[in-house]
Design a protein around this ligand. Structure first.
Ligand code: F6P
Length: 579
């Protein structure tokens, strides 16, 4: 059954990339809306039944990853119209603008060149007329030399012991990427080394971590692009104080701080003001967005834990995906296809949430990482030129590793009232060679997308109950509960094994998907003004909060709720009861 939208001949591709027109009032958008209407009464089951080649036609392979997107409610017409949308949004030109160093992050006047960080071909990338590649290579060489010195035990702690433990202090992009990748590469950990990640300003996070480490053997990495972030600076100061007090009995001196603290930042002035020697600072640049920075100096904690050569393999894997993204036509381009199918699900199928479901325990922080990558990038309600976004933008991203999620929230995916799209990710081989665990894991991975696509009809549910021998009144009563509507859209991403290369490719796949979706929705994916207001208000509230046991004046400057909560917390902390 071929679903027909308006014929493409009537479309006017390249009518302009104005998102207002493109998203609300274009032939491309209307064609997709008509496709969605035409498909309303067609099931994915039927689409599979009528086309035995559906899997082959709606799948693509690149950089060690295989993407099956056939379990989305798409047809050739839908894809044609999505391609027309990409054409009207000038996606290819936008891709070129990014890789040529244009300041596409217009609200901050910055280029977006994380691809330059992993281009070992040393292609020239220009920012403001300057080729940044030599500086990238220089900094990478410094990182490697430092990692080698730490691994060889040449860079020692204050009692002469090697630094075998890393505590990375950072938040957001200066935490989530390195943490996620370090966990993902657990099989590559260097024996005897341990990496911890402290992000939350909640002192319990730092205290819990410090209780597990030895000051003599711990290297603190203060990771902050701006070196002004409250959480990171507070944690770094407290860690510094801890080193000096804990190490006092062992003879630590102020001057030893420089052995135990290094910085990853773009802000040399703030780093040296903090007391870290510029020699112990590893630089990156304002054209590296925080959430795209794990490939830069921000990845040093990864390199220290898995070795520099494995860190390089990660970068090379990402580069392989970059090359695919840069050169493949949009119709065969994995990140672009994922982005376009995502737009189809978000804007035409009505998916307001999107689940990331890795069937690999080592990817247990992937969803958290992508929450920042996707939602901080595309969670925008105005387009790049400041107009109200005429269509819905980024869905809510959430997820957990399979099979844990199956026993938690998949109920809602299968039978909830909202339609939720999902990415299922699995390696063919596990690093753990344990009996038939991996076949069991894979059988769940496969069964879930099949179930989400096929569902179970009323007649099938009824037949099952009858076959189970249920009495007629129970069959009637239970049937509605046993129906699965199906038609839940999913992508499946498979790879041979989770290695540094495939992990790099996977992350780059999502980065480019995010970029493409930003172009299609017309938003600036590279700023994050939405995090500012809360930061400013927290600064204002801080002096209104007392220390434990301190009596404070009643707060009056805010709304009744905020005043009331400040007063209640102050009263509890002062030991005065309710406040
Ligand atoms: O609060 C948002 C944010 O600016 C993120 O975009 C960034 O990754 C994080 O804070 C940390 O920033 P920094 O690396 O400058 O400390």
């Amino acid at each position: 059954m071929k679903q027909r939208g308006p014929p493409l001949a009537r479309l006017t591709p390249n009518q302009g990339a104005d998102p207002m027109t493109l998203l609300a009032d274009s032939d491309e958008w209307r064609a997709l809306r008509a496709d969605a209407d035409a498909l309303a009464n067609t099931t994915m089951r039927a689409l599979f039944a009528e086309d035995p080649k559906r899997f082959a036609r709606y799948s693509v392979e690149a950089a060690g990853l295989f993407l099956d997107y056939s379990k989305n409610k798409i047809t050739d017409d839908v894809l044609d119209h999505l391609m027309a949308l990409a054409g009207a949004a000038k996606l290819e030109a936008a891709r070129q603008a990014m890789t040529s160093g244009q300041p596409i992050n217009a609200t901050e006047g910055r280029a977006v060149l994380h691809v330059a960080l992993r281009d070992f071909a040393m292609r020239a990338y220009h920012v403001g007329g300057e080729n940044v590649s030599p500086a990238v290579e220089r900094e990478r060489a410094r990182m490697k030399a430092f990692a080698d010195r730490v691994h060889a035990g040449v860079h020692k702690g204050f009692t002469g012991k090697p630094l075998t433990t890393v505590v990375n202090i950072g938040i957001g992009g200066s935490d989530l990427g390195p943490l996620m990748a370090t966990e993902a590469l657990r099989p590559y950990w260097i024996e005897g080394r341990r990496a911890h990640f402290v992000s939350n300003v909640d002192g319990q996070h730092l205290a819990d971590t410090l209780s597990q480490v030895d000051p003599q053997t711990t290297l603190f990495i203060v990771a902050s692009k701006t070196f002004t972030t409250q959480e990171t600076m507070t944690n770094a100061q407290s860690a510094r104080a801890w080193l000096l007090s804990k190490g006092a009995a062992m003879g630590v001196a102020e001057s030893d701080v420089s052995r135990h603290f290094i910085a990853l930042s773009t802000n040399e002035v703030a780093v040296t003001a903090f007391g870290i020697d510029a020699e112990n600072m590893f630089r990156f640049w304002d054209w590296v967005g925080g959430r795209f920075s794990l490939w830069s100096a921000i990845g040093l904690s990864i390199a220290l834990q898995v070795g520099f050569s494995n860190f390089e393999r990660l970068l090379r894997g990402a580069h392989a995906m970059d090359e695919h993204f840069r050169t493949a036509p949009i119709r065969d381009n994995m990140p672009a296809l994922m982005a376009l199918v995502g737009v189809w699900n978000r804007n035409f199928m009505g998916c307001a949430s999107h689940a990331v479901l890795p069937y690999d325990q080592h990817l247990h922080r992937l969803a958290a990482y992508l929450q920042q990558a996707e939602m901080e990038s595309n969670g925008k309600r105005v387009t790049a030129d400041g107009a109200a976004a005429p269509a819905a933008t980024c869905p809510v991203i959430f997820g957990e590793p399979g099979t844990n999620g199956q026993h938690a929230f998949y109920q809602l995916l299968h039978q909830g009232t909202d339609l939720i799209s999902a990415d299922f990710i699995a390696p063919a081989f596990s690093h753990a060679d344990l009996g038939d665990h991996h076949q069991k894991l894979l059988s769940n991975f496969l069964a879930q997308t099949e179930a989400l696509m096929r569902g179970k009809t009323r007649a099938e549910a009824k037949d099952d109950l009858i076959a189970e021998g249920k009495p007629p009144q129970d069959v009637e009563r239970l049937t509605p509960h046993k129906v699965f509507p199906g038609d839940r859209p999913t992508n499946s991403i498979v790879m041979e094994r989770l290695t540094p290369e495939t992990l790099g490719a996977l992350i780059a796949l999502y980065e480019h998907k995010i970029f493409c979706q930003g172009v299609l929705w017309g938003v600036n994916s590279f700023d994050q003004w939405g995090v500012e207001l809360g930061k400013v208000l927290a600064k204002a509230i801080l002096p209104e909060l007392g220390a434990a046991g301190e009596d404070m004046a009643l707060a009056e400057a805010h709304d009744a709720s905020t005043n009331g909560l400040i007063n209640r917390l102050n009263a509890i902390r002062a030991g005065n009861g309710k406040g």
